[in-house]
Write a protein that binds this ligand. Sequence first.
Ligand SMILES: NC(=O)c1ccc[n+]([C@@H]2O[C@H](COP(=O)([O-])OP(=O)(O)OC[C@H]3O[C@@H](n4cnc5c(N)ncnc54)[C@H](OP(=O)(O)O)[C@@H]3O)[C@@H](O)[C@H]2O)c1
Length: 305
Amino acid sequence: MTVVAVFGSTGAQGGSVARALLKNGFKVRALTRNPDSESAKALKNQGAEIVKCDDADPKESIEKALKGSDSVFCVTNFWAYFHKELEYGINIANAALSAGVKHFVFSGLAPCNKISGGKYNVPHFDLKYKIEEHLRELSKNNPSFVTSFVYVPFYMQNFKTYFAPKRTVDEKTQDVTYVLGLPSDPKGLPLDMGDVDDIGSIVAVIMKEPSKYSGKVIPYSGDALHGDKIAEIMSKATGKKVVFNFIQPKEYAQFGFPGAEEMAEMFSFYNEFGAFNKLDKTEASKMAKITNLEEFLRKSKFQLE
Ligand SMILES: NC(=O)c1ccc[n+]([C@@H]2O[C@H](COP(=O)([O-])OP(=O)(O)OC[C@H]3O[C@@H](n4cnc5c(N)ncnc54)[C@H](OP(=O)(O)O)[C@@H]3O)[C@@H](O)[C@H]2O)c1
């Protein structure tokens, strides 16, 4: 049975991957900093082996945690350790090679800086691309170390958290409207979005055929929509009035929360080049069922309070 070590196993991407791999008959080694957490216990109950590991650990510790694994799924967590992402990602890749791992699937993102000819800098994209380049180099020099990549779009889950429509009440009429504020330009490219929980089924297919997916990038997108269409679909799903409000990226960058500038820059890139630029978004839907926005809202019981 193929043993797959999963980084970020208690999180959104890694959790989806761990569950899908278990369903598909893989032996999952779920890596976590805290084996006693409820999420780790839930994975254990589903049959995963739980192994203590921190993305920030030294190479020798990560290598030890990976020993005996045939494959690895790795997502790095920019929003937890910011520019350390590159160092940790490279360290994990090197540890995997030393541990004898044969197939490494990395959750990457498009190289904004390269695609835009230096116009946009989005570290959580560009650093992941540098990790991808390092993995490709390792694979080139060690042909038995196969690498594959999956690119995840803007999570639909963000509409329930950071980008949840805000309730407003008209003072005169008392009419309630929900305002979806997004730096997604109505004159630009539509916003690619996806249910993060779809990543698991895609990675399970990649893990089954390492040589078929060797060196490949698989981006997925459940829908590519402009803001007014997103608001329309939300209105239909909830029976509430949702309207779209375009926030200029420059204005969004001034919002002051950590990461606001980076998010604004990311949206400027999305608006001009799309999440995946020229990559083929259709392959993923031949590999797995990809959830569209309407389905996601229904499935996740999306509500506006
Ligand atoms: N949000 C979006 O729309 C979106 C879209 C595309 C890509 N992304 C990318 O997704 C990545 C995050 O993935 P996710 O959403 O799956 O994250 P998440 O749900 O926050 O999970 C991250 C996991 O990393 C583990 N971890 C291991 N070492 C860590 C450390 N030193 N510090 C913090 N966490 C550590 C944590 O597990 P334990 O606590 O159990 O150790 C945690 O479960 C980011 O890099 C982001 O750029 C996000």
